[in-house]
Design a protein around this ligand. Structure first.
Ligand SMILES: [Fe+2]
Length: 387
């Protein structure tokens, strides 16, 4: 039996060349916009200038906040929120990878309410943001799914807590997903962001709340990534591959909204909260297969379906098919050098208990929907297996 709860208020405009529709779509949102982006890449590719131009064309003044870093931090959210308040900004455009869009979402609930971002985080002040400024998302990566979900992942550099927030008013009002904007994504980012999307889908598929609505998207998304990531890796300019990966990411974002991720994302947040230099997509690939082995007895029937329906495993025995699924996943990751160990990335063994405790405390919500009912000690065990 299953339950489906669906609230997907974002207008998604998807397809090659669709960025050209930006002017038309935003002209009713106001007169002043803040574009939130990273420090270099959208300037280097000319995308930032193009977006500014498209807004100017319909009489919208733009300001740019370009300090966003990978694993974005709450200090930058607070700084940009001050700009939004002072400059009377009507809407925010998140332009870039998940970091830029998530920062835009975080600013959108901080600026119109009182105080700082951390006041609106469950492990911080715990307040629910009453008001929000509209956010337009223009992703340049195909991984986070943030264009189709309400979530923002922000790190508090002082406490090393990397939290995910999501409210009814933190969905983008509009997302323009244009694979053309992803053509220049470097090889490593192509891999990391695609694997992030893969894990959103596989985790949603294994989630105890999985349902037919998210299953169909999750399986389709995983299949597209397995088929097209090697193609885009070889030739980043291949628009057919980029389009399929972009749609896989958006599908995965919808599965996150409908069902959500499980403990692998908590493990990753525990890890990169302590070691922010470890990329999200890589962290997921390190602990993911060990988590699936750890909860194998509770989820082998679903893993067997991943084996058959994603990796083309031909095996009628459920447990054997499930084992083959994990093996195929490791083989796929191996193609891109993703089967690293925590030890070789400079993680200190003595940090594991604190990482596990933090992971559980800040993302308990995704741990408890993992098959097998995990606790802090189990997370510690999975980190140790991955070490
Ligand atoms: Fe993720």
């Amino acid at each position: 039996m299953f339950v489906i709860r669906s609230y997907l208020p974002t207008e998604i405009v998807f397809g090659v060349g669709k960025l050209s529709e930006l002017s038309e779509r935003v002209k009713t949102l106001g007169k002043r916009a803040l574009i939130v982006t990273g420090r270099t890449s959208t300037k280097k590719t000319g995308l930032l200038q193009r977006v500014e131009e498209l807004m100017r064309k319909v009489g919208i003044d733009t300001l740019v906040f370009d300090k966003v870093i990978p694993n974005p931090i709450s200090d930058h959210v607070d700084e940009a929120a001050e700009i939004v308040r002072r400059e009377k900004i009507d809407f925010i455009v998140g332009l870039g990878g998940g970091s830029a869009i998530d920062t835009a979402k975080a600013i959108s609930i901080t600026a119109p309410n009182e105080g700082k971002f951390w006041d609106y985080v469950p492990v911080g002040g715990g307040k629910t943001p009453e008001k929000a400024i509209p956010v337009v998302a223009i992703p340049t990566t195909h991984g986070t799914g943030t264009e189709a979900d309400p979530f923002a992942v922000i790190t508090n550099p002082a406490t090393k807590e990397k939290v995910g927030i999501g409210y009814r008013n933190t969905f983008p009002i509009l997302s323009i997903v244009d694979p053309e904007a992803m053509k220049t994504l470097p090889k490593d980012q192509t891999v990391y962001t695609s694997m992030d999307a893969f894990y959103h889908s596989i985790e949603a598929f294994l989630n105890v709340k999985a349902n037919p609505y998210s299953d169909v998207l999750a399986l389709d998304s995983m299949r597209r990534i397995v088929t097209y990531l090697p193609v885009a890796y070889e030739n980043g300019e291949d628009l057919e591959a980029r389009t399929n990966l972009a749609w896989a990411s958006t599908e995965a974002g919808i599965t996150e909204t409908l069902t959500g991720v499980i403990a692998n994302h908590a493990l990753e947040h525990g890890l990169s909260g302590f070691y922010p230099e470890i990329t999200h997509g890589l962290g997921l690939c390190i602990t993911g297969p060990y988590l699936f082995e750890y909860v194998f007895d509770h989820t082998y029937e679903r893993l067997a379906r991943v084996g058959r329906e994603v990796f083309g495993v031909y095996e009628t025995d459920e447990k054997k098919a499930a084992k083959l699924a994990i093996k195929k996943l490791r083989d796929f990751q191996e193609m891109f050098g993703l089967n690293k160990r925590l030890g070789e990335l400079g993680v200190k063994k003595e940090d594991i208990p604190a990482m596990a405790e933090t992971a559980y405390r800040i993302l308990k919500g995704v741990v408890v929907v993992t098959p097998g009912g995990l606790g802090v000690k189990d997370l510690e065990e999975i980190y140790t297996m991955s070490y």
